[in-house]
Design a binder for this molecule. Structure first.
Ligand code: ADP
Length: 621
């Protein structure tokens, strides 16, 4: 077959990797070992589940071989292997959707970018930082023919038939100037221990070891093969045996993240079900957190054997930022992927794991507030998704979520807001429907400000939906200030006889606005603004309706909001004093339109609004 050229993205990617990772090119070894480990995991699983592979004699291992004379380093495994197509697809092209995405995310900051490289799995190419020529000889398990893939990493690759005694993959790096430093047995051992010590399979290094020859008083080079990693399933050891560094190292080799995790929760359950879980919270939210095809971060093991790492059923979706391991003693090794969801053992483990993660987070919040702030800085939004989807844990989640508020800078908890309630205050309040700045200046907040009642600012686009379903925190009602019904906390001020006096004006306004409004009435919530829009208890707010319509929901009835006017405002007082002023009609519409504008709702007829405004201006100048 003639030489195949790389897609333009591949060469672009190589250049980016080489430039962004030049500060620690050693991670190429971690990437290759992790590929080998994945290949071994996959084959081990198949030998348990696939009839045709059950008889395979399989002792998984990874072999590093250093040939100083030839200036080559090879990384070999007896894992699942690749056939011709796999080679072209997996390492010859950028087939995976994540990779293009990756390219668009690179920042040029070496540290951040090296993190990304692990996350998006463009690992293999990192070997071109240290090699000017790479050969991959691979034979797929169950097939006879092996294939050789060769490339200089710049122009393209060649592929041709080859021989290989057993299934698996051998990657040979012809080291370049940058790579020469790795033609050193000690250096390689150091790197393996640093990044891959807890890979579950033994890693052997074959190299020329210097040994002291006492007789001849000189050191001899002796060809030696030694196991260089601990190869322990570290999570199965007891907590007391493990140091923070052990955990951090395992986290990094599991995830490819170069930053330490924020914290981790390690649990060993014994009793009716036996299992171990080790969960990590990454310091930075994964970049695909809000992509529908996010990468799952939890791996399932059964009795230390890797089973799968791509099941979205291991944890609820809102905890998709969690990384780690679930290792069960009770599941069968050949547990079928399709039945995972209904598997009772797994359902129990999942339920207990969610409880555990949430309760541990509560501990962090109580004992390490600064760390917890870092956590919510990254993960507040997924926790809110949990409020919506995980009814069973809602109370805990309500304690974990943090809020902006009219009272404090930064974020606050519901417990804190509750503790700051006024002596007479009966409910907790929040406002939704727009950006933070729009909400903070909303006329709806005026009365709360005056009464010194704290209001939560919920400015995430899905907050209204999430909180519409939550009407209590602890024993206190949770109320939206956007809704029409006025609560006990506001009623006290309104004077009953004022209503009588206002009635003719209200009727007039209502007649003018016609079926654009459901009702016009006197407000008890305004201090400085003349008018405001409120929504019905059951109806989505105007903002929400606008959003639903933008998302393609055409069936919605045209919204009919209620307009409230402020009886104490000068404009209203003047209108009341001059019931037959010709400007009353214009004033009605202006009061309505300005209230809409303050809600962040676009006017249906901006031209009329401007005409009215100009008429009024003309009169007043
Ligand atoms: P990632 O491992 O993150 O998917 P890589 O670029 O490192 O990204 O590898 C691309 C793909 O090539 C892998 O997903 C895997 O399918 C295949 N591959 C790489 N190395 C090996 C190996 N040693 N054995 C089998 N398949 C491999």
């Amino acid at each position: 077959m003639p030489k195949q050229e790389f897609q333009t993205e591949v060469s672009q990617l190589l250049q980016l990797i080489i430039h962004s990772l030049y500060s620690h090119p050693e991670i190429f070894l971690r990437e290759l070992i992790s590929n080998s480990s994945d290949a071994l995991d996959k084959l081990r699983y198949l030998t348990l589940t696939d009839e045709s592979l059950k008889t395979l004699d399989f002792s998984p291992r990874i072999d590093l071989t250093l040939d100083e004379a030839a200036n080559t380093l090879t990384v070999a495994d007896n894992g699942i292997g690749m056939n011709e197509q796999d080679l072209i697809h997996n390492i010859g092209t950028i087939a995976r959707s994540g990779t293009r995405n990756f390219l668009s995310q690179l920042s040029g900051d070496a540290k951040k970018d090296s993190n990304l490289i692990g996350q998006f799995g463009v690992g293999f190419y990192s070997a071109f930082m240290v090699a000017d020529q790479i050969e991959v000889i691979s034979r797929k398990a169950g097939e006879e023919q092996a294939w050789k893939w060769t490339s200089d990493g710049k122009t393209g690759f060649d592929i041709e038939p080859a021989e290989r005694g057993t299934q698996g993959t051998t990657v040979t790096l012809h080291l370049n100037d940058e790579g020469k430093q790795y033609a050193n047995g000690w250096r390689l051992q150091e790197i393996v221990r640093k990044y891959s010590n807890h890979i579950a399979f033994p890693i052997f290094l074959t190299y020329d070891k210097s040994e002291w020859n006492a007789e001849e008083k000189k050191s001899d080079k002796v060809r030696t093969t030694e196991q260089v990693n601990a190869a322990s399933a570290l999570w199965r050891r007891s907590k007391s045996e493990l140091t923070d560094d052990d955990y951090k190292e395992l986290y990094k080799s599991l995830t490819g993240d170069s930053e330490d995790p924020l914290f981790w929760f390690h649990t060993k359950a014994e009793g009716s079900l036996e299992y171990t879980t080790l969960f990590f919270i990454p310091a930075k939210a994964p970049l695909d957190l809000f992509h529908a095809d996010y990468k799952v971060g939890v791996k399932l093991y059964v009795k230390r054997v890797f089973i799968l790492d791509d099941s979205k059923d291991l944890l609820p979706q809102y905890l998709r930022f969690v990384r780690g391991i679930i290792d069960s003693e009770d599941l069968p090794l050949n547990v079928s992927r399709e039945l995972l969801q209904q598997n009772r053992v797994l359902t129990s483990i999942r339920t207990a794991s969610v409880k555990k993660i949430l309760s541990e987070l509560k501990n962090v919040a109580a004992n390490e507030p600064a760390k917890y702030l870092e956590f919510v800085g990254q993960y507040n939004r997924p926790l809110k998704e949990g409020l919506y989807s995980d009814y069973a844990n809602r109370d805990t989640l309500l304690d974990l979520v943090r809020f902006k508020s009219t009272r404090v800078e930064g974020l606050t908890s519901l417990a804190e807001v509750k503790s700051r309630m006024q002596p007479e205050q009966k409910s907790l309040y929040y406002i939704t429907g727009g950006s933070e700045s729009l909400l903070r200046t909303s006329p709806l907040l005026e009365i709360y400000k005056r009464k010194d009642i704290e209001v939560l600012i919920l400015d995430d686009d899905f907050d209204e939906i999430v909180f519409a379903g939550i009407d209590k925190y602890d024993d206190v009602d949770l109320k939206s200030v956007n809704k029409a019904s006025t609560s006990d906390d506001l009623k006290s001020d309104s004077e009953p006889d004022q209503a009588e006096a206002l009635k003719p004006l209200l009727d007039k306004l209502k007649a003018t606005l016609g079926d654009r409004v459901k009702d016009v009435r006197a407000s008890v919530r305004l201090a400085d603004s003349p008018s405001v829009i409120v929504s019905d208890e059951e109806e989505p707010s105007l903002q929400m309706q606008q959003m639903l319509r933008a998302m393609g929901q055409k069936e919605l009835p045209t919204p009919k909001p209620t307009l409230e006017i402020n009886p104490d405002h000068e404009i209203v007082k003047k209108l009341l004093a001059r019931p037959s002023d010709p400007l009353t009609q214009d004033a009605a519409w202006l009061l309505f339109d300005q209230a809409l504008l303050m809600e962040g709702v676009a006017l249906q007829d901006p031209a009329s609004f401007v005409q009215r405004l100009n008429r009024v201006l003309e009169q007043s100048i």
